[in-house]
Design a protein around this ligand. Structure first.
Ligand code: 8YV
Length: 337
């Protein structure tokens, strides 16, 4: 049976998720993830009603200009700096993301990076694999930094920041955070988290985790000046977005011992990674996998599919996508047939 609507899926997804889409719409799936130009994206979206896109797909005004068919864009991620939300809204295109389903998994991963960077896990493993553990290891080799009992700083205290904070109590840590808006008192009590200004956060944190969205305002929120305010013994963890940290300044600070270590899951211009960072033993690097547990990636994909189907008028939530970013568009289509 030919279905009336078509959707484009910009990368391979779990078969069961694709099957749930295919119940209602024709599905065109790419066989591999690729970085596409604006012109290529524009062509892919030219004759579909909706699409599932990811962070490498930059859907801006040039991509949707003149497209009279496209009704919905479902992003595979909670962060949506790859979407020009204002342009999509102006064009009457519904946009959705995948909040909540990844919160705990990403918070777990922040701790994985923090512990690995502080305790030099990756560097030690490389050394062992290279066959260098031949006995005679010194008692004062491989000294790392303690995590328990230290001060955890969190920049950005949304859902993921709060999940990171909650985990700190098991490590008997003090928690300080900076966010545009303070949490309600009850939440601060629950996480034993104290709001401080950004300068104090930088100066006091033994371990600093970045969990803020990437916007024009947060570009290089951690640059040379901010790194200079941090303790030389501090560990920096970025699970948020490349571009929040000035990678050149960070590499210099790590190389010159002005910062002890870093755990980085995101990079400016990824998948390219600054070669200076790749050379550093005190940087733990991973390829943007904080949300990549089997359960969570499945849940993200299913949520994106559910969002898309609902936006296109199908399924149990028809007309009401669970995680809609621009609800004002819904009203605009009311009355249309
Ligand atoms: C990515 C993320 O979506 O949700 C986000 O904002 O950054 C991640 O979950 C995922 O890694 C795919 O690139």
């Amino acid at each position: 049976m030919t279905k009336q609507q078509s959707v484009w899926v910009s990368r391979p997804l779990f078969p069961e998720v694709l099957a749930s889409l295919a119940q209602y719409v024709d599905v065109r799936v790419e066989t591999k993830e690729a970085k596409r130009t604006q012109a290529q994206l524009r062509a892919k979206l030219a004759d579909v009603d909706g699409a599932i896109v990811g962070l490498s797909d930059r859907v801006d005004a040039s991509v949707v200009a003149g497209n009279r068919r496209l009704r919905a864009i479902a992003n595979l991620g909670v962060g949506y700096n790859n979407l020009d939300l204002a342009a999509l809204t102006a064009a009457g295109i519904l946009a959705t993301n995948t909040p909540d389903v990844l919160t705990q998994t990403v918070a777990d991963y922040a701790w994985a990076l923090l512990l690995a960077a502080a305790r030099r896990v990756n560097s030690a493993e490389r050394w062992l694999r290279a066959g260098r553990w031949r006995g005679g290891m010194r008692f004062d080799d491989w000294l790392g930094l303690d995590v328990h009992g230290k001060t955890l700083g969190i920049l950005g205290m949304g859902r993921i920041g709060q999940a990171v904070a909650r985990r700190a109590s098991g490590f008997d840590m003090s928690v300080i955070y900076h966010n545009r808006s303070r949490l309600p008192e009850a939440a601060e009590r629950e996480y034993r988290a104290v709001w401080v200004d950004k300068a104090e956060l930088l100066q006091q944190a033994d371990h600093l985790v970045l969990v803020l969205p990437y916007t024009a305002q947060s570009h290089h929120a951690i640059g040379a000046a901010e790194l200079a305010q941090m303790k030389r013994s501090a560990v920096l963890v970025n699970i948020a977005r490349g571009g929040i940290v000035d990678d050149v300044a960070l590499a210099a600070a790590l190389r010159e011992g002005r910062l002890a270590a870093a755990g980085l899951d995101v990079f400016e211009g990824e998948p390219a990674v600054n070669p200076a960072l790749r050379e550093l033993e005190n940087a733990v690097l991973s390829p943007h996998i904080a949300s990549a547990s089997a359960d969570t990636r499945r849940a993200m994909a299913q949520l994106a599919a559910d969002n898309l189907l609902a936006a296109l008028g199908h399924g149990p939530r028809a007309g009401h996508p669970p995680s809609l970013l621009n609800p004002q568009v819904v009203g605009r289509h009311a009355g249309e047939t």
